[in-house]
Design a protein around this ligand. Structure first.
Ligand code: F0G
Length: 363
């Protein structure tokens, strides 16, 4: 049974005697060694951190469990967030578990189907905003500042605290920090959280090294790369369709203190990585998650030498979140067959090489 991040890392989290400690099974996600992409890219030690294995299918659960615990400690009646989908799914689930109300503001028509389905199923109060994520977040910040409802976007420091536990897990699994950490950047809370986690572990003497933080925004939603907010952010990776990230400055600090980069990848590069990850590694991440792998591929193409280096790509959310994208962007290898064995055999024979076909037919 997973003990959850509040229990496992309670000494390093804002947990006191009044804080309820509970878990829906968040954290302790797999760190999977790449079998194909890594070697092909000249990086023998490449790992994927599968954050889609969290209870609601994204990394948000790590921070949400802390934010909800602190909201309960403060006797909050409910929570509110703006979201491109995953934060709202996570808030909705933890509120359902704890008996709180979740009000979620989501940009109308811009949230992936699976995430909307989650918010609905978990019983969140859904406010569809006729505007983008940045507009929704501005509204939530203002509303929660003046009303007794807890804001659970990553401007809530407890969210970042919880999310830093992913860095602890990587260091615990590898025995030290990796050389490079590749991560998608949207509202920029997660890159901030990972950096904090690695720095804290280093200060505690639990690691000898610190990673370079390699953050990637989508080209059409790359305010940090451009150095200015993007009024109308556009990308197929809806989770990171954000033009004015709340944790902009801390993300820049993570980049600069670690000697890393925050760069942009195009939608085509994201889609290429999305397909490669699923078809060559068996890992189905959502498009935003593939930005980390797209970034790795881009850096490699631009000459980054990864020989002898250990790298981790964060796969932030499950591909099941966005089924429309999978169906519309991959060439499915499907064929209709009559319901009999001959029809099935003929399909299989067609897909074999001539030599294999001969063997099969015993000739
Ligand atoms: N990957 C996924 C799957 C996300 O859902 C998000 C953010 C990110 C990456 C980027 O993380 O914002 O900390 O830089 N999703 C937020 C949401 C914005 O509302 O679910 P970040």
């Amino acid at each position: 049974m997973g003990i959850g991040v509040l229990e496992r890392y309670r000494d390093l989290l804002p947990v006191n005697e009044e804080t309820p400690v509970f878990s829906m099974g968040e954290g302790d996600t797999p760190l999977v060694r790449s079998r194909r992409l890594g070697p092909e890219l000249g990086c023998a030690d490449l790992f994927f951190k599968l954050e889609g294995c969290n209870p609601t299918g994204s990394f948000k659960d790590r921070g949400m469990v802390v934010a909800i615990a602190k909201a309960m400690e403060a006797n909050s009646v409910g929570v509110m967030c703006a979201s491109t989908g995953n934060t709202s799914a996570s808030a909705a689930a933890y509120c359902a578990y704890c008996g709180l109300t979740a009000w979620v503001l989501i940009p109308k028509g811009e949230v992936a189907l699976g995430k909307l389905a989650q918010a609905m199923a978990y019983g969140a109060r859904i406010l569809l905003v006729d505007g983008n994520f940045d507009a929704a977040l501005a509204l939530v910040r203002e509303f929660t500042a003046n009303n007794p409802i807890t804001l659970v976007n990553s401007v809530n420091p407890h969210r970042i605290e919880g999310q830093k536990t992913a860095a602890f897990e990587i260091a615990d699994d590898l025995g030290d920090a990796p050389d490079y950490l590749f991560i998608p950047v949207g509202n920029a809370g997660n890159i901030t959280a990972y950096w904090r986690g690695f720095v804290e572990y280093h200060q505690l003497g639990r690691t000898e090294t610190l990673p370079r933080m390699m953050g990637f925004q989508a080209e059409g939603a790359a305010p940090i790369v451009r150095g200015a907010p993007v009024a109308n952010p556009q990308t197929i990776a809806s989770a990171i369709r954000i033009g004015n990230p709340a944790s902009w400055k801390p993300a820049e600090r993570a980049r600069d203190q670690s000697g890393g980069v925050i760069d942009a990848v195009s939608d085509d590069e994201i889609l290429e990585a999305y397909r490669l990850l699923a078809s060559r590694e068996g890992i189905f991440g959502e498009p935003a998650s593939a930005a980390s792998v797209a970034g790795l591929i881009k850096m490699r193409r631009n000459g980054l030498d990864l020989r002898g280096k250990r790298a981790v790509c964060i796969i932030t959310g499950s591909g099941l979140k966005d089924p429309d994208m999978a169906v519309s962007s991959t060439q499915a290898d499907t064929v209709e067959v009559k319901p009999n064995l001959e029809a099935i055999e003929s399909v299989i024979l067609e897909s074999l090489t001539p030599a294999a076909r001969n063997d099969w037919l015993g000739g």
